[in-house]
Design a protein around this ligand. Sequence first.
Ligand SMILES: [Zn+2]
Length: 70
Amino acid sequence: MRCPSCGSDYCHIIEETESKIKGYGIFKGCCGYLILGPIGWLCGLCGMGEGRTTRKAYWVCNHCGKKFRV
Ligand SMILES: [Zn+2]
């Protein structure tokens, strides 16, 4: 792989993990609060940890440090 910035062959591939964390489920939390009280809020919090993790591969130039997609 050749660097598009400086044309160097000194490139290596890296993998980055990107995670998108969903916010607090406010609607879920409100419903839970009405039905269950404070415990319902905790149910809303449970949905908070859910998130998607996407993996992306990049090439990194050892010469100039430029990062570029495959
Ligand atoms: Zn380069």
